[in-house]
Ligand binder design. Structure first.
Ligand SMILES: Nc1ncnc2c1ncn2[C@@H]1O[C@H](COP(=O)(O)OP(=O)(O)OP(=O)(O)O)[C@@H](O)[C@H]1O
Length: 431
């Protein structure tokens, strides 16, 4: 393995044996391989990629696409059916919540236990102990058994132990989403510091905002196969195409991306994405057929505004430039939480307001007026336009991912979660 590489994954596949009845497992055990009582399920198929030293790589994919399986194989807690993984340097892993802890032992005891697993002596852990405890900030709970911890406390301690041993490779599996926002920020600051010090980081998350912010490159897994590897933003776009379209539409999107990959047309598009308000020529020089050429968010008085209170109304406007003939254009918006969970999406299709037979060179403005029935938090808005092919199918024309961030405040907390539903509470004494 080259000295520039921190993790090398070579043709890794993982097969699970699926038994329909527990009895079949026993029969298989005694069958000495003459008969197969299980169905094969390949959770991963021929995955290969390298992570460079100092690089942060994000792994994206729908639920069940194989992300955790891959991380466990890289962390060495699961054996691949075929293929191999090589890593260099001290490797710390934050896998499933508290998976490295013994629940019966106290936090203090588990710090030392984890130290041994990571290859550190007691003396070496003594030197790091204070930093770990101060980072975890779990107070007196340190001397209580881990089984009494909340999930937030467990993740605090797990992160602190793994990060404070100055690893050369850090593997993080979604675990951080359990902690509160303040602790998450602290973790990401620490991850950034580790990255600057040359640590290679592999991050599994559903938050595309996290991938775009922290990762140079991304990997997209789909049904156990690697569907893409490349600059974080491109992989996030592919992931969105996979999430928000049906499978057929995604495959078409991917095929057209592959065809255009080396053409200047795609480079044009990304250059334009970086300067959204620059305005676009209406000449179809790029191969694109329609683009989102501008967008903004306003309050009901028409002032640009990204801060709202629950119950307020905002207006998102987007401009669409039609570069060549398109039969019918559908425009949509999607609001997602910081963790990437969809909170609300709507489209001209749902409201029977698609743009039909737009002329080449024409420009349209679409306005979404939305009442903010959301709990307090930050929400990212993605805008997209697509060509309606049939009632249930579409082909993406342009997409602007997480381009508007709305912060929702609630002066007096009335609810938690995402949706602010109207609730009435009645309390009465039962005699
Ligand atoms: N021990 C197992 N036996 C059989 N199938 C398994 C086992 N572990 C995982 N799988 C299957 O392997 C596939 C990949 O699972 P994995 O947990 O890696 O997905 P994931 O991308 O991490 O999902 P999520 O986003 O929901 O965490 C899933 O279909 C899962 O059901």
């Amino acid at each position: 393995m080259s000295s520039e590489i921190a993790i090398s994954v070579e043709s890794v596949s993982k097969r699970y044996e699926m038994y329909s009845k527990p009895r079949d497992r026993l029969l298989q055990f005694f069958s000495s391989g003459n008969k197969q009582y299980f169905k094969e399920f390949w959770a991963l198929q021929k995955i290969s990629f390298d992570v460079k030293k100092g690089e942060t790589l994000g792994i994206l994919g729908r639920n069940g696409s194989g992300k955790s399986t891959l991380l466990q194989i890289i962390a060495g807690t699961l054996t691949p059916t075929t293929g191999s993984v090589r890593t260099s340097g001290v490797m710390a892993a934050l896998l499933e919540l508290g998976s490295g802890f013994n629940p019966e032992f106290t936090g203090r005891e588990n710090i030392y236990l984890n130290g041994v697993i990571l290859g550190f002596s007691r003396h070496e852990m003594d030197k790091r102990f204070d930093e770990i405890v101060s980072f975890a900030d779990i107070g007196d709970h340190l001397d209580q058994p881990i089984k009494t911890y909340s999930s937030g406390m467990t993740v605090r301690l797990a992160f602190s132990v793994q990060a404070c041993v100055s690893p050369q490779v850090l593997i993080v599996d979604e675990a951080l989403s359990v902690g509160d926002e303040k602790f998450q920020r602290k973790c990401f600051e620490y991850i950034e510091k580790l990255r600057k010090d040359g640590c290679s980081i592999l991050l599994v998350t559903h938050s595309t905002a996290t991938v775009e912010k922290f990762c140079q490159r991304g990997v997209l897994l789909h049904k156990g196969e690697m569907r893409g590897i490349g600059p974080a933003k491109e992989i996030v776009d592919q992931y969105h195409a996979l999430l928000y379209s049906d499978e057929k539409a995604y495959l078409r999107y991917q095929a057209s991306r592959d065809a255009n990959q080396h053409s200047s047309a795609m480079q044009n598009q990304h250059a334009k994405e970086d300067t959204p308000s620059s305005g676009l020529s209406t000449e179809d020089t790029s191969g694109l057929r329609a683009v989102i050429s501008g967008w903004d968010i306003f309050d009901t008085q028409g002032n640009p505004c990204e801060q709202y209170q629950t119950g307020d109304t905002f207006r998102v406007k987007l401009l669409i430039d039609v570069l060549s003939s398109v039969e019918e254009i559908q425009a949509g918006m999607l609001m997602r939480t910081v963790e990437g969970v969809s909170a609300f999406g709507t489209s001209t299709l749902y409201h029977k307001k698609n743009i039909t037979a737009p002329q080449k060179g024409s420009r349209y403005e679409v306005e979404f007026e939305v009442e903010v029935s959301l709990c307090a938090g930050s929400y990212f808005i993605t805008l997209a336009i697509a060509e309606a092919i049939s009632h249930s199918d579409m082909r993406y024309l342009d997409r602007k991912t997480d381009v508007i961030v709305v912060t929702v405040h609630q002066p007096r907390t009335l609810a938690s979660g995402i949706a602010m539903l109207d609730a009435k509470i009645t309390v009465s004494e039962v005699l």
